[in-house]
Design a protein around this ligand. Structure first.
Ligand code: TMP
Ligand code: ASP
Length: 238
């Protein structure tokens, strides 16, 4: 498969078309962004760590019956994926309150959410990703009612699989964000799963092991991502 033209440059990844119209190449850059792109830095090794981390998680999800766009890694910072028609919403699942829900609802950071809670956000940096609900998604035709139901079902399934996977490695999956798209009439998980798009805390000490280290200027960002990878058994080049 050959890379052709650049299709889209996001905040952390660049997406290329290929000579196969159903396949794309995702290039994981070292760029790290927060606050809708207001804070951006290049962090050595981050692209590589996230590429291999994402591949590991996507394969676990696939094996557990979640359809994902992931096909194979191509190099340290590139993976081949199915070309989805993306749905412009972010699906957020929270097991523990942290981040925006704490600010919005004035609840205690670290509070366990039973049952876990689910939120939709519109993917739109200029509007700062506003929260939307099922009715908005249907009325504005971002997705159908069935697709909304399927995205929720898959997000809960991903939570069941990953919560346990991280717990077995001594980590709490606090929350995470997923994006879905359409491929041949079915809903597939797209984008990426990495410490850039979730919160992970050490189960004992609650030390932050995710992008909050970057957002909050705590340092040791890529070191934390590598620790997560190592605990899960993700193989990384030295
Ligand atoms: P939040 O607490 O800022 O709403 O974020 C919830 C989770 O979703 C957190 O793990 C970070 C992730 N997330 C993204 O990856 N990208 C985004 O644009 C947003 C808003 C959240
Ligand atoms: N990914 C978003 C950004 O870059 C939001 C975040 O993760 O904080 O700005």
């Amino acid at each position: 498969m050959k890379k052709t033209n650049e299709l889209y440059a996001g905040k952390a990844k660049t997406v290329y078309a290929t000579d196969d119209q159903d396949r794309l190449i995702m290039y994981f850059r070292n760029d790290t962004s927060a606050f809708d792109g207001e804070k951006v830095e290049k962090l050595d090794r981050k692209g590589m760590v996230n590429n291999y981390f994402n591949a590991f998680i996507m394969q676990k999800l696939q094996a557990a019956g979640v359809p994902t766009h992931f096909e194979t890694t191509l190099s340290d910072q590139e993976s081949v994926v199915k070309r989805l028609e993306m749905i412009p919403v972010e699906c957020v699942m929270r097991n523990i309150a942290s981040g925006s829900i704490v600010r919005r609802l004035g609840v205690q950071d670290g509070m366990e959410l039973k049952p876990p809670t689910f939120e939709f956000f519109l993917k739109n940096d200029a509007l700062h990703d506003p929260m939307v609900n099922d009715y908005h998604i249907e009325s504005f035709k971002w997705a159908t009612r069935d697709e909304v139901a399927r995205m929720k079902e898959l997000t809960f399934k991903v939570n069941d699989i990953l919560k346990q996977l991280f717990l077995d490695a001594g980590m709490l999956l606090v929350d995470f964000k997923l994006e879905f798209g359409r491929f041949q009439g079915e809903i597939y998980l797209g984008d990426e799963f990495s410490p850039d798009g979730c919160r992970l805390w050490d189960a004992q000490t609650r030390k932050k092991l995710d992008k909050d280290r970057f957002r909050q200027g705590l340092g040791g960002v890529v070191e934390a991502y590598e620790e997560v990878a190592q605990r899960l058994g993700v193989r990384l080049p030295a």
